[in-house]
Unconditional design. Sequence first.
Length: 273
Amino acid sequence: MATLPTIALLAGALYCLLPIVWVVTASSKTNAELFRTFTLAPGSALFDNVGELSRYQGGVYWQWILNTALYAGAGALLSTAVSGITGYTLAKYRFPGRNAVFNVLLAGVLVPAVVLAIPQYLLLASLHLTDTYWSVLLPSVLSPYGIYLARIYAAAAVPDSLVEAARTDGAGDLRIFSSVAVPSMLPGLVTVFLFQFVAIWNNFLLPFIMLTSDDKFPVTVGLYTMLNQGNTTPALYTLVVTGALLSILPLVVLFLTLQRYWRVDLLSGAVKG
């Protein structure tokens, strides 16, 4: 009985890992090897490609990486803070219109990002914020899905009795949130942070619409411009693949670093706090 699920899992793992294997092998090839050798055969030019990529237009690739780290890091931190406060408020406070607000947020989860891109551009253009770092950061702060996750997690991880006990001891709302709710919600907040970080890191449409200056591009838009130039300069294809490989390494490191914050016991953070 377990054979079929195992085969299905192995097939799924192969489907997910095969593109990564291709990127790793392709980034190690010269431009000639990329089009003439077997697809998954490794090459010997990885470090040469990294060096050439670093020299491309005076090292603009690393500027793109720094820009992406700024957009994803600052955007995910702000989004996690907003999601945590909003989710906790919706879960633990009773006020008129609470369910209506939550239903609107649920509706926001269903709206594709592509639908909001043009209205966001027009709004920020009216404020003269296009082609600035703010034009990418500000739309990333509010995440309906992050608020939804935080609300569900706060309802499950922060018992009402714990909140009432803190109030009995004289703690105010801000102190309760920072000292009781946040430690209890930490695994959920880390999940929100990771989801938002990856979404912003991989975002292409929003910065593509908002930005026109090369020095403000994230790595997704930067590699896209390189790929377009590859139509006239085929040697750039290997640099694009190498850049794609290097761009996923920070995500791997981040997941490996933060996975320890996922805990089975939802209240372990509150007990330790």
